[in-house]
Design a protein around this ligand. Structure first.
Ligand SMILES: NC(=O)c1ccc[n+]([C@@H]2O[C@H](COP(=O)([O-])OP(=O)(O)OC[C@H]3O[C@@H](n4cnc5c(N)ncnc54)[C@H](OP(=O)(O)O)[C@@H]3O)[C@@H](O)[C@H]2O)c1
Length: 315
C-alpha cells in the first residue's frame, strides 16, 4: 500500500490509541483531531500531528481535511458502565454519531478527500441465534442504534456522491485500554463473572490491536460494509469462562444473566445472540486477527495488566 495522508477523529480514544500508532507504523502520515493540549502531546508522542478542531464545525473540518487521502471517523462518547442504562447519558454519543458523522462527510466532500472510513458496531445486527451473521443479515433499529444507522447512512451518502466509503462494524472491543473489559477482568479476579443474556447466546468480540490492524487495512479496500470480529465467536458462558481462566480464578457468581433482557431495548445490544463472521473483510483485504478468539486475547490482556500492576508495585 502506498503511504497516505490520513486524518483520524477519535484517535485519542481506546481504539485510537492502537490505530494511530499502527497507521504511523504502516508508513502513513497521520493527523489526529484533539480537544486538549494534553491529548495533543500524546498524539505527537505517537508520531502523529494534532489538529485542535471541532467535530461539528464543517469549515474547520474542511480546512483540516484538505490534502488528506483518507478520513477515519472513530469518535464517540459511550457512557460509562455505571451510566449505560440512562437514556440521557447517550445524548452526546448520539450527537457525535448523527451530527458529527454528517459534518465529517460534508467536509470530506468539500475538501475532495477520496476515502472516508466510518466505525460502526455489529451490535446493530438482529439476534440470529446459533446461525452466522453476515454483512447482508438484517439489522435492528432499536433506539440506542439510531446514531450507528445515521453514521452508516452518512458514509453511504459519501460513496454515492464522491469516493470510497468504508463502514467497519466492530465487535465488542477488549484488550488493555478498553475500560469496560479491564473492569470485567478486575471483577473476574474477585470471582465475579460478567454475562448479559442467555448462557448459550453468542458474543462476537475483537481485540483492540486487531481492530486497529483492520483500520489500517481499510485504507486499501473497496466501498462496502465489513464485520470486524475475531474468527471464533463464543457463547456467553464460554466468554465468562475464558475471562476467569485468563486470571486463574473460578467465578462464584455471575450476572446479570437473563435478567438483563428484562430491561428491554437499553440492553438489547448486550443480550442478543450474535455469531458474526469476518470472512468478507478477510478475503477482501488479507487482514486476519492475531487473536483468533477471546481465549487467546484475554490471556494476553491478563498478562499485560499483571505486568502493569507489578511495575506499579515496584515503582
Ligand atoms: N467499546 C466497544 O466495545 C465498541 C465496540 C464496537 C465499536 N465501538 C465504537 O468504536 C468507536 C471508538 O470506541 P472507543 O472505545 O475507542 O471510544 P473511546 O475510548 O470512548 O474514545 C472516544 C474518542 O472520541 C473522542 N470524542 C469524544 N467526544 C468528542 C467530541 N465531542 N468531539 C470530538 N471527539 C470526541 C474522544 O476524544 P477525547 O480523547 O478528547 O475524549 C476519543 O478520542 C466508538 O464509536 C464506539 O462506539 C466500540
Amino acid at each position: 500500500m502506498r503511504p497516505m495522508k490520513v486524518f483520524v477523529t477519535g484517535g485519542t480514544g481506546a481504539i485510537g490509541g492502537y490505530a494511530v500508532p499502527a497507521l504511523v507504523a504502516a508508513g502513513h502520515t497521520v493527523t489526529a483531531l484533539t480537544r486538549t493540549p494534553q491529548k495533543s502531546a500524546v498524539v505527537r508522542q505517537q508520531g502523529a500531528r494534532p489538529a485542535e478542531v471541532s467535530l461539528f464545525d464543517r469549515s474547520q473540518l474542511r480546512e483540516a481535511f484538505r490534502g488528506h487521502d483518507a478520513v477515519i471517523n472513530l469518535a464517540s462518547a459511550l457512557p460509562s458502565a455505571e451510566r449505560f442504562m440512562l437514556t440521557s447519558a447517550w445524548r452526546e454519543c448520539q450527537r457525535i454519531r448523527t451530527e458529527g458523522s454528517a459534518a465529517v462527510v460534508d467536509a470530506a466532500l468539500d475538501a475532495e478527500v477520496p476515502r472516508v472510513v466510518q466505525e460502526s458496531v455489529v451490535m446493530i445486527c438482529r439476534d440470529n441465534g446459533d446461525d452466522w451473521v453476515d454483512e447482508d443479515s438484517p439489522v435492528d433499529r432499536f433506539p440506542l442504534a439510531v446514531g450507528n444507522h445515521a453514521a452508516e447512512a452518512n458514509n453511504h451518502r459519501f460513496s454515492t456522491q464522491h469516493g470510497t466509503g468504508v463502514v467497519l462494524r466492530f465487535g465488542i472491543f477488549y484488550g488493555p485500554g478498553a475500560a469496560h473489559s479491564e473492569q470485567i477482568m478486575r471483577m473476574a479476579r474477585h470471582h465475579i463473572g460478567f454475562r448479559a443474556g442467555r448462557p448459550d447466546a453468542y458474543v462476537s468480540s475483537i481485540h483492540l490491536a486487531d481492530a486497529a490492524a483492520a483500520v489500517v487495512a481499510a485504507l486499501d479496500c473497496p466501498t462496502g460494509t465489513y464485520h470486524i470480529v475475531d474468527d471464533e465467536p463464543v457463547t456467553k458462558r464460554d466468554d465468562a469462562r475464558s475471562m476467569a481462566a485468563a486470571v486463574g480464578r473460578r467465578s462464584w457468581v455471575s450476572g446479570p444473566g437473563r435478567v438483563a433482557a428484562l430491561l428491554g431495548n437499553r440492553t438489547t445490544s448486550m443480550t442478543r445472540s450474535l455469531r458474526v463472521r469476518n470472512n468478507l473483510f478477510r478475503s477482501t483485504t488479507g487482514w486476519a486477527p492475531r487473536y483468533p478468539s477471546v481465549r487467546e486475547g484475554y490471556a494476553q490482556m491478563a498478562a499485560v495488566l499483571a505486568s502493569r500492576t507489578s511495575s506499579t508495585a515496584s515503582g
